[in-house]
Design a protein around this ligand. Sequence first.
Ligand code: NDP
Length: 315
Amino acid sequence: MKDIHVLVVWPIRPAQLAQLEQTYTAHRYDQATPAEKAAMIQQVGDRIRAVVTTHGGGFEKNLLDQLPNLEIVACASVGYDTLCVKDCQARGIPVTNTPDVLTDDVADMAMLLMLATLRRFLPAVDWIKQGDWVSKGMMPLNTAVRGKTLGIVGLGRIGKAIATRAEAFGMSVSYYNRSPKSDVPYRYYDDLHALANDVDVLMPMVPGGTDTQGLISRSVLEALGANGYFINVSRGSVVDETALVELLQQRAIAGAGLDVFTDEPNVPSALLELDNVALQPHCASGTFETRAAMAQLVLDNLEAHFSGKPLLTVI
Ligand code: NDP
């Protein structure tokens, strides 16, 4: 398959990247300077038949338009809100993603952030490091998860995996979705404000993009209230981040655990000052195991496409 040219817009894991480079003729767009990128597209743009990318690496219409013979875009993420999927589909170019293989790690991160926030894990570490345990004694108490209600917004693959974990921690689960799910025992809300008002922890698990932009609005957060916690491992765009920061500062919501932000990698500086937040740098799927599985799924989709077999995970 060495005659097949692949544009690497964002690299996959080293072992799978090496396999990609052995199998195909790979062009490392990801490593090129802007001038080198322009030259690369000029030289081989019309020979590129596949693109490898991720939602973080993006793939925009501007680049798509310069690849007249593109046949497939293989994306190493489940989210695809930063990719020009509709433009690809309009040209009949399939886009693949990597669902399922990352579900457990992302659900684990949601639980980690929830536990860290309610149990005040990071302030407790500081309590030791700053000598407060010695000078002030036991730290102030924190909040139990057992007996609390978790409200999941978007009960898809990851949302369900979080719900299962939450049940094991002794929580009740409620959810908001576009329509009720017939295969779960959890309480369904068709009103997001009502869900936020009734739960202790609110957790969006919807995709990013225009449909969900600002879904968690200021009024939804106000409905969550001063004893409510907000945990976000979905996308920064789904919440009104300005309102979130203000309400956290005012203690109008109790705390937040955030893996995703509106303008990554820039995190609002006000968040860094707060002791009622736990922050992660968008790394919920970032384990060796899961990133390798995601990279392998990229390879498997390319292999299926160029062997004339059905794609494994097409969007
Ligand atoms: P799924 O498609 O399985 O689940 C998404 C759920 O959101 C579905 O239940 C869907 O409803 C619901 N939904 C979609 N749009 C809306 C809407 N407008 N209003 C209400 N509900 C809506 O996706 P996954 O669970 O696999 O992944 C979810 C998201 O998690 C990804 O899109 C990505 O953004 C994020 N993610 C974040 C990661 C990180 O590193 N932080 C890593 C991986 C994923 P319906 O059932 O009706 O289709």
